[in-house]
Design a protein around this ligand. Structure first.
Ligand SMILES: *Cc1c(COP(=O)(O)O)cnc(C)c1O
Length: 257
C-alpha cells in the first residue's frame, strides 16, 4: 500500500471515531475534504482510488490544471472539487469553468456573490435545482483585520441577498478558517475553540433571521490539528491536508497570477 492510502485510512479511522462519539445530532452528516493544495495529481488519484471524493483547492491556476488533467477526467469522474482559497473577482470566470466544481466555500461579499451568479447565467448549461452552484459564506470569526471573511453580523443580510437575487447559487452554510494558532492550543469541549463557537452562533442567527433550518446548513471548520475537536463541536465539513498528504512545500508551486 502507498503511503497516502495508509495515512488516509488512519485519518478516516480517527474521523469516523470522532463522528461516532460526537453528541451533536443536528446538522448534516460530517464529511471530510482532502485539502490537496501544492500536492501533485498522483496524490489526488491515489486518495480517490481509496474512496476519497471531496477535494479542496486554494489556487485557481492549480485547480484548473488538476481538474482538467486527463487522468482525473477519465478515472476520477465522481470527484467533487471544493474551492477553499481566497477568491478574487477577476478569477471567477476561470473558477466556474472547472469540471466537477462542487462548491465554493469562500464567498465573502455581495459583490463576489453577484459576480459568480452573473458568470453562471452566461454559461450555456442552465442552472436549476440541484444544478445550482453550492456556496458557503466565509465568516471572519477571529476579528483579525487581515483575515478574509465577512463579519458575523453581516452574514444574514448576505444570505438574504443570495436567496433573493442569486438564482444560480444555493446557499449551503458557513465556513471559517479561524486563528491559525488557536488550532494548536488543544481545545476541548470544555474549553472550546472560540472561532468554532462564533461560527455555531452565526448559524443560529442566520437560522432565526433568514428562516432556515439549522440542519440544512453546513459548518465547515477544523483542519489537521483540530478536526476531532471541530467534529465534537458540530462541524459538518472538516478540511484536512497535512496529515493525509504530508507537509507542503510551497516553493514547488506555480505562481498564481
Ligand atoms: C490548507 C488548508 C486546509 C488544510 O490544512 P492542514 O493544516 O494541512 O490540514 C484547510 N482549510 C484551508 C482553507 C486551507 O487553506
Amino acid at each position: 500500500m502507498s503511503e497516502i492510502s495508509v495515512k488516509l485510512k488512519e485519518v478516516l479511522f480517527r474521523f469516523h471515531s470522532a463522528v461516532k462519539s460526537s453528541k451533536i445530532l443536528h446538522g448534516p452528516i460530517p464529511k471530510m475534504i482532502a485539502a490537496s493544495k501544492t500536492k501533485p495529481v498522483e496524490d489526488i488519484i491515489e486518495a480517490y482510488k481509496c474512496g476519497q471524493r471531496d477535494f479542496g483547492e486554494n489556487y485557481i491556476k492549480e485547480l484548473l490544471e488538476k481538474a482538467f488533467n486527463q487522468t482525473i477526467l477519465n478515472d476520477c469522474k465522481e470527484i467533487k472539487w471544493h474551492f477553499i482559497g481566497h477568491l478574487q473577482k477577476n478569477k471567477v470566470n476561470k473558477l466556474i469553468s472547472v469540471p466537477n466544481l462542487y462548491m465554493i466555500q469562500t464567498i465573502h461579499s455581495q459583490a463576489l456573490a453577484s459576480q459568480v451568479n452573473n458568470a453562471l447565467s452566461k454559461l450555456s448549461t442552465k442552472m436549476s435545482g440541484d444544478n445550482k452552484l453550492k456556496i458557503l459564506i466565509q465568516v471572519n470569526t477571529s476579528g483579525e483585520q487581515e483575515k478574509n471573511g465577512l463579519d458575523p453580523d453581516k452574514v444574514s443580510p448576505l444570505v438574504k441577498f443570495i436567496m433573493a437575487e442569486c438564482l444560480n447559487l444555493q446557499f449551503k452554510g458557513l465556513m471559517t478558517i479561524g486563528m491559525l494558532d488557536a488550532s494548536q492550543h488543544g481545545h476541548t469541549i470544555d474549553n472550546p475553540n472560540p472561532d468554532f463557537l462564533t461560527l455555531i452562533k452565526c448559524r443560529e442567527d442566520v437560522s432565526r433571521e433568514c428562516g432556515l433550518k439549522i440542519e440544512d446548513m453546513e459548518l465547515s471548520m477544523g483542519m489537521s490539528q483540530d478536526f476531532e475537536h471541530a467534529i465534537e463541536m458540530g462541524a459538518t465539513y472538516v478540511r484536512i491536508g497535512t496529515i493525509i498528504f504530508g507537509e507542503r512545500n510551497y516553493s514547488l508551486m506555480v505562481n498564481e497570477s
